[in-house]
Design a protein around this ligand. Structure first.
Ligand code: AMP
Ligand code: ZN
Length: 469
């Protein structure tokens, strides 16, 4: 298998440290508000990595953190804690906010058919591990203290710029323009390991005792502490969105490598590109985001969104439009329809040598695509070629279900979602007629839908279709 490594900026052969085992750490969500489909582009991407590795025979241990303390509204330690911000906005306690949005995150996670990581770990449940790690870093001489916080001194760490490719001194220039939060911070790239409960954080709700005073951890340290705890000092693959390349991930490397003295902390760094709306990053702050609820309200199946994500390579930006979601949905229903048709013709027939070779070739091409830095668009092209080919139905079905171990489109899950495209289109037309109060036409379309063996139920957001028994 080959994968692109942000650290070397090269596509490399994948050689895990301890085959067949693979350690995979994925930076998780900050649970202060609704997660949107931009986040899920990254998490579907992580899921594809995990499913591909498993398919190829590796034994994957997958860990993801939940950030429930310490992530400030500005990633460079400025602003307020996102959790406190969420609590104020929703008039709840920080703990309730964390619980509510973690649940929301996983509900949508399941709807997109994303495997839950083997270990999901919350920062607030690992304060002891975090403190121990900071103590190690301090002992090795990489920290300094101000009245407000304990900082990591990036100038003491060789190679801080390695992952980002940015010159730290240039960063100094750029950041100088910004509001200086802590006057005693030595270098703009220095980052907080431990915040004291003082000044702007005097009333911070979440706080713990520590050798540096009552306070709470900085955002970056949790990932170093928890990946070390569950996966060891050095790991195979670490992922996140491209926004983590300039700051969060260099900070993780600095913390982990300074504590253990082992290099590299991570062998392969994988970064997912953004989901955009009108060519801007989908994000809370731009208020241009859609959640799973918006997807459902627009009568788009979550797995059609998963298919939409698979249609663009993970390292390319992807612009979201409702039109693209609808065409992904058409393709998704077409796939599901193929499955139900194939299931009805799945008698085994003896294979000629030529057909056997064809089947083998489809499988090889699919595996070659996914093993080549997760080329899912190419893998999907193989799926469509295979469906259109003349290999027997039973073998097509075998291949589809086999490929779905990576695609994760629930192709073998029946029956509720297998609404034929024609029926869906009739239902859409009926909804339009109903909204235009053309009830004659609406009734006529209802009868047509029923003639296909489906019942249509009007709902708050449109309609539901059920197969009649
Ligand atoms: P956060 O909760 O902000 O820490 O984000 C969780 C993960 O989602 C991070 O790895 C981000 O890089 C990723 N992410 C956030 N917004 C987007 C987006 N619009 N497209 C893709 N990934 C995103
Ligand atoms: Zn992280």
């Amino acid at each position: 298998m080959k994968l692109y490594n942000t650290l070397s900026r090269l596509t490399e052969d994948f050689r895990p440290l301890n085959p067949p085992y693979v350690t995979l750490y994925c930076c998780g969500p900050t649970v202060y508000d609704f997660s949107h489909i931009g986040h899920y582009r990254t998490y579907v991407g992580n899921d594809v990595i995990r499913k591909t590795l498993t398919y190829l025979g590796y034994k994957v241990k997958h860990v993801m953190n939940i950030t429930d303390v310490g992530h400030l509204s500005d990633d460079a330690d400025a602003g307020e804690d996102k959790m406190e911000k969420g609590a104020k906005k929703y008039k709840k306690t920080v703990w309730d906010v964390a619980e509510f949005y973690t649940d929301f995150f996983f509900k949508a996670n399941d709807a997109f058919n994303i495997n839950r990581p083997d270990i999901v770990c919350k920062a607030t449940k690992h304060i002891g591990d975090i403190i121990n790690l900071i103590k190690k870093i301090e002992k090795k001489g990489f920290t300094y203290m101000t009245d407000e916080a304990l900082y990591f001194d990036v100038t003491k760490f060789d190679g801080y710029d390695r992952l980002s490719g940015q010159n730290t001194d240039e960063k100094k220039q750029a950041v100088r323009e910004e509001v200086v939060v802590d006057k005693n911070k030595k270098h703009p790239a220095d980052f907080v390991l431990w915040f004291k409960r003082t000044g702007r954080f005097k009333n911070h709700t979440m706080h713990w005792d520590s050798p540096w005073g009552d306070g709470f951890p900085g955002w970056h340290i949790e990932c170093s502490a928890m990946s070390m705890k569950y996966l060891g000092d050095q790991i195979d693959i670490h992922t996140g969105g491209v926004d983590h390349i300039p700051l969060h991930h260099p900070n993780e490397i600095a913390q982990s490598e300074s504590a253990t003295g082992k290099h590299p902390f991570v062998k392969y760094w994988v970064h997912h590109n953004f989901l955009l709306v009108d060519n801007q990053k989908m994000s809370k702050s731009l208020n241009n985001f859609f959640t799973i609820e918006d997807i459902k309200k627009n009568r788009i199946h979550p797995l059609a969104i998963r298919l939409l994500f698979l249609q663009t390579h993970y390292r390319k930006e992807m612009n979201f439009t409702w039109e693209s979601a609808r065409s992904a949905q058409e393709a998704y229903y077409r796939l599901k329809e193929y499955v139900s048709v194939l299931k009805n013709q799945s008698e085994r027939v003896n294979l000629s040598q030529e057909k056997m070779e064809k089947i083998e070739k489809f499988k090889q091409n699919f595996v070659a695509a996914v093993s080549s830095d997760f080329q899912l668009p190419q893998a999907l092209a193989v799926v469509w070629q295979m469906i259109k080919s003349n290999i027997p139905s039973a073998d097509k079905l075998d291949l589809l279900f086999d490929f779905d171990n990576i695609l994760g489109l629930g192709l073998n899950e029946l029956e509720t979602y297998t609404i034929p495209q024609t029926v869906n289109q009739l239902a859409e037309r009926r909804l339009k007629a109903r909204l235009e109060k053309d009830f004659g036409k609406s009734d006529e379309l209802r009868k047509k839908i029923e003639s296909f063996g489906y019942t249509i139920i009007d709902t708050e957001n449109g309609f539901d279709l059920k197969k009649r028994n």
